[in-house]
Write a protein that binds this ligand. Structure first.
Ligand code: AOF
Ligand code: ZN
Length: 354
């Protein structure tokens, strides 16, 4: 492996230590190399705290080596005064002569200005090492800044014959009589879904899904923070006793009227339901600085985002059960309960490259 790639790879590895705590900042890692040896390492741990480069420089024991070293950073060093001072100034002040950068910062406050400043200061620059990997590392941050919308993940589980869980199956199997969720997938995939929820900033579901399933939309089976719950409820049909109104997480309720909230955990937003709903919703999320959202149903909501081509990733669990086998509905329900431990659900993942 080429030498620059080796160290940027290490930067990416370090950056991942900040997963879940850097928002709204990106994940960034940095290493300082002197004569082919790493003499300092750092990553950005938390928004408001020092950037990766600062932690890397501070970790170097013999500061006199800095003027003969190369600093590697997975993201362009910043040039602006934000919550912390510019990293470019730090590199210049410490006389570090060589800078290797993974990718350019899409944040308009930086976006090339850091590179320009370093060139003007006479630094030897290499830009774009493992660029794709560095962009992928911060796919949510990049999408948010470049497309002015969150990174959108669509997720559902479906039976072999294409019913999506759980409300469609419920209606199909029980003819709308009973209100208990039915699962297509196994406990492991459910736990994985909770992990996924913890990785995203918000979770979105439609009205019917909330009414049918009364979901909590939290990460009960995983550690981590709950995403902000986004619920579409045009005509306020969702009963106030539903779990999504509990105070385990913040909820943003989107309807077509103006409403005032007395509860700090509940935010009302209004959109034009005659417009392109997917675009209207993403505009609300952008306004709230939400960098990523996982959309978990129902079918109509998922279809709306697919039709608008407003998605970045689709994750589908293909279950091993089907419904079109002529069995009577109540029997189907008990069969499902037995099959809860099936372990070979198939996971399909699609990426949108438009
Ligand atoms: C870097 N190194 O480790 C990070 C950078 O409010 P501040 O001062 O924390 O600045 C946040 C912005 O700085 C953030 O939006 C992104 O553009 C950049 N993040 N830059 O040089 C880092 N985390
Ligand atoms: Zn910085």
């Amino acid at each position: 492996m080429k030498i620059h790639e080796k160290y940027i790879k290490r930067c990416i590895e370090l950056a991942k230590n900040g997963l879940g705590t850097t928002y709204p900042n990106p994940l960034v890692g940095s290493v300082i190399v002197y004569e082919n040896e790493i003499i300092g390492e750092g990553w950005h741990k938390k928004s408001g705290e020092p950037h990766a480069e600062v932690n890397a420089v501070n970790s170097v024991k013999d500061k006199s080596l800095l003027s003969k070293s190369t600093i590697y950073v997975s993201l362009e060093p910043c040039s602006h005064f934000g919550k912390t001072p510019p990293c470019c100034d730090l590199i210049i002040a410490n006389n570090i002569p060589n800078v290797v950068i993974g990718t350019v910062d899409p944040n308009e406050k930086v976006a090339g200005k850091g590179i320009k400043k370093l060139i003007e200061a006479g630094k030897k620059l290499t830009v774009g090492v493992l660029e794709d990997e560095c962009n992928e590392l911060n796919k949510r941050f990049f999408t948010f800044h470049q497309k002015q919308r969150p990174y959108i993940i669509l997720k559902w589980a479906e039976t072999l014959d294409g019913f999506i869980a759980p409300n469609e199956i419920l209606r199909k199997a029980l003819n709308d009589k009973e209100q208990k969720p039915v699962w297509i997938t196994n406990p492991y995939s459910r736990q994985l879904v909770h992990k996924w929820r913890s990785e995203e900033h918000a979770i979105l579901v439609g009205t019917q899904t909330v009414i049918d399933d009364n979901p909590t939309l939290t990460v009960r089976d995983w550690t981590g923070s709950n995403p902000i719950r986004i619920v579409l409820d045009r005509k306020n049909r969702i009963p106030k006793e539903n779990h999504i109104f509990n105070n385990e997480a913040t909820t943003i309720l989107i309807s077509d009227g103006n409403q005032k909230s007395e509860d700090s955990n509940l935010i009302f937003e209004r959109i034009d339901f005659n417009g392109t709903i997917a675009e209207e919703i993403t505009a609300v999320l952008y306004k709230h600085n939400i960098q990523s959202v996982i959309i978990e149903g129902g079918r109509q909501m998922l279809q709306t985002f697919i039709d608008a081509n407003l998605w970045d990733e689709v994750r589908v669990f293909k279950g091993t059960i089907s419904f079109e086998n002529g069995t009577k509905a109540p029997d189907l329900y008990s069969t499902l309960a037995e099959k809860q431990t099936i372990l070979d659900d198939q996971l399909l993942i699609f990426r949108n490259h438009d």
